[in-house]
Ligand binder design. Structure first.
Ligand code: FAD
Length: 239
């Protein structure tokens, strides 16, 4: 049985901030006090973005990185969390509470894992895919579906492609819902449609869904309609 580490308050410092697209940032936070964290891949943190205002952020780094945590954040929503990230600078201090949430892989289940992400819903899967514990589990088949809207929205693609090459148990499906005409020979459309057509044994999979609620609801509806039991669906809706 999984034991979830107890959440704690952390003081941290921004040590890296990278702009990945027009609105998406990757940031790294050095933990100061306490200076290490134990968490399970897929868990989240709650960052104080303004006095009394908190935003949930998935931990995008793997649990083996115990002193620095990474987030991948979209600032397109434009609210207090987005404003905080836009203004954030290397050297800034922050406070966060972690680890939180139960969106973690059930490695005891014999079923194939199907990971489905839209947008920055990639964040918990990045942690799961980089998790060395997971890498050591032989022959645990995983399909990873990730959907973004436009070609210019693309980020972290090379990184996931490298993991895909390293792991013989992983199949990575990347799709654009609004690809440029004549300039995209990859997959097109929404992740939901792809999962339903590419997975051969839909009933016997565990599904991990992360990103926008619309995708999560659609996946739930389609999968339960064909008889997938609800306890084979785990989800982390961002908005
Ligand atoms: C468990 C959990 C984990 C999360 N992890 C991440 C993460 O790793 N990366 C990340 O970018 N976000 C993540 N989020 C979303 C994040 O907590 C904020 O909701 C988001 O950053 C928007 O905050 P805001 O203050 O800028 O906007 P808000 O004022 O909170 O929202 C403004 C509006 O934008 C909508 N909205 C919220 N998020 C999005 C979005 N991504 N795209 C379009 N519209 C949106 C809201 O529904 C609202 O209508 C997570 C949410 C949850 C619940």
């Amino acid at each position: 049985m999984l034991i979830f580490p107890k959440p704690q308050k952390y003081k941290a410092k921004v040590i890296e901030k990278q702009q990945l697209t027009k609105t998406v940032y990757l940031a790294k936070y050095q933990l100061l006090s306490p200076d290490t964290i134990n968490f399970i891949a897929g868990q989240t943190m709650m960052i104080t973005v303004a006095p009394g205002i908190f935003r949930a952020m998935s931990i995008a780094s793997p649990p083996q990185e115990k002193t620095i945590i990474t987030s991948v954040q979209d600032t397109a929503p434009g609210g207090p969390g987005s404003k905080w990230m836009t203004a954030l600078k290397v050297g800034d201090d922050l406070e966060l509470m972690a680890p939180l949430g139960r969106f973690v892989v059930d490695h005891d289940s014999p079923r194939k894992k199907v990971f489905v992400a839209t947008g920055t819903g990639i964040a918990p899967f990045r942690s799961m895919l980089f998790d060395e514990t997971d890498l050591r589990i032989p022959n645990e088949p995983i399909s990873f579906y990730w959907g973004l809207r436009h070609k210019e929205d693309m980020y972290l693609f090379e990184e996931i492609t490298i993991i895909d090459k390293l792991r013989d148990n992983l199949v990575f499906y990347f799709t654009l819902s609004q690809p440029p005409e004549n300039e995209w020979d990859g997959l097109k459309g929404h992740v939901t449609g792809l999962v339903m057509s590419y997975e051969k044994d839909l009933i016997n999979c565990d599904y991990y869904l992360c990103g926008n609620k619309k995708m999560i609801l659609e996946m739930q509806e389609k999968l339960t309609a064909i008889g997938v039991p609800k306890d084979q669906l785990k989800f982390d809706p961002f908005y």
